[in-house]
Design a protein around this ligand. Sequence first.
Ligand code: 5AD
Ligand code: FES
Length: 327
Amino acid sequence: MNKEEITELLSTDAKNEELFLCADKTRHKYVGDGVHLRGLVEFSNICKRQCKYCGLRCNNKNIERYRILKEELLECVQNAVKLGYKTIVLQSGEDEFYTTEKLVDIIKEIKKFDVALTLSIGEREEDEYREFKKAGADRYLLRIETTDRELYKKMHPASSFENRVKCLEILKKTGYEVGTGSLIGLPEQKISSIADDILFFQELDADMVGIGPFIPHPDTPLKNAKTGDFILALKVMAITRILLKNINIPATTAMETINPNGRIIALQSGANVVMPNVTNTIYRKKYEIYPGKICLNDAPTKCRNCIESKIKSIGRYVACDQGFRKK
Ligand code: 5AD
Ligand code: FES
C-alpha cells in the first residue's frame, strides 16, 4: 500500500471488518496464536522533557515524583520473573539521575535472571546506547509519536524530531530490536500524516510497533483537547500488522483505557503482545502519563492472572519463550 491507499483506508469505515479480519489472519500466519507478556516496571516518573500531552512532563507540578532504586527495582523484577514473565521492560521519564554507570549495573543484575530486557527511557547518546547493549539490553522502545515535523515541534518544545529519528537509527545499528510507534488523535494531526507514520515504521523496519490513542491529561496544556479515536487507532495497528507482517505489536494500555475491552479487541485485530504492569501498587498512581490508566490498584499477581484468563477466553495462549521477532 502507498500513502494514498493507506490514507483512503484510514478515512473510511466501510472496510473495517475486512481490515481487522485480514490483520488477524496475518498475525496468525506470521506470529501464531501465542501472546507474549512483557512485565513493565515504571521505575521513575521524573522527566526533563516537556511533551505537551504527557503527565510526566517536568512542568507538571501537580504530581508526586518518585524513583525506585536498584534494590527495590530488582525485587520488582524478581517478582515478575516468579510470575513467569520472560521479558522485563524498564520504563521511566527522561531522568538523568540514572547515569550510564547506574543503568549498566542494573541491566547486568537483571540479565542474571535469564530474561529478555527492553529499555524505554528516552533519548540518550550513542555511546550510552552502546554501553546498555553491551551490558545485556536486548530491545529499546522509542516511539516517534508523530512523523509530522510541524506537529512534532508543537508537541515537543524541548526536543528535536531529527534527534528522535537519529536515536532510532542508532538503536537499529547498535543491534537492538527496536520498537517505535505513534499517538493517534493528537490535536491537528492529519490522517495523511498517520499514513506517513505507518510508512516510517516500514522504512525503519521496526521490530515492534505500539499504537495508542491520545488521552488528554488535566495537568497538561492539552487538557481540553479531544481524546483520540479507538477505532482509528485500531485501524492504524491493523494496517501496520498487514504491512510489517512478522513484527511484535502490543495491545496497548491506552486502548484499554478508552475501551473496557480494548486489549482483547486489539489482540483480535493484529496485536500479539500485552505489557502488564509489574510495578508495586504504591507507585502506579504516580506514573500518570494520562488519566484513567487501568489496574491502578491492582497488584502484579492480579494483573498476571487477569490477562491470562482474558487471553485464554479468546482461544489464544500465553507464549513461554522470550518473544523475539520471528524472522
Ligand atoms: N495519552 C496517550 N499516550 C500517551 N503517551 C504519553 N502521553 C500520553 C497521553 N496523554 C505515550 C507516548 C509515550 C508512551 C510511553 O506513552 O506515546 O511514548
Ligand atoms: Fe518526558 Fe516527554 S514528557 S519524555
